[in-house]
Write a new protein. Sequence first.
Length: 235
Amino acid sequence: MERNRTRDRDRYRDEDRDHGRGREREDDRRRDRDDRDRDFRRTGPSRRSASPRPRSVKPEGSPSRSRSRSAAAEDKAKPNFAPSGLLAAATKTVQHGDGTKTVLKYHEPPEARKPSVGWRLYVFKGKEQVDLLHIQRQSAYLIGRDRAVVDIPVEHPSCSKQHAVIQYRQVQEKNEFGDVKIAVKPFVIDLESTNGTIVNDSPIPTSRYFELMAGDVIKFGESAREYVLLSEDAT
């Protein structure tokens, strides 16, 4: 009986000791909270925030925008070497020995080529052949009344000073099997002449290339002269 009472007293002392330790731990937690509250009130909120920072908006005079404006200004200040109207006209101008100048109406296209085939113009007046012109030495031949600039002069007053051009051009053509072949072919272009250019008794459109073939007969203005085109292969 006495032994049981001793066990009960020991158990109560242990419970009181554990209870006292729990109370001490609670007091420690309370003191820690009080210390954090004092620190918070003294120093303010933490610098790190859970909410996202607002994006900064650049003012109108921001450095990046000012740099782009200055670059644009520099581009405007750069010299422009593209030919102006006067310069473009000067590149088409032929100056003569007497100081006069003639502006050419025609410039060759990028596809201009010298022919590898020997082309000829047989000139007839009525049934009589009056001239033979070899026209394979250059890629273009200017035809007209202005002897100072043309390659093939025509005398008839109905013809313009710069009447037409025979131009050799590199073109692509397909055969009957669909194979593509590159060839240099003759064309004639009327330079908006007063009385036009005629091929095989039919007027051709102005300012457009018209393909010529061996045996074609060309006339300029109202001149009676006929220019028959033939090549070495056809003769």
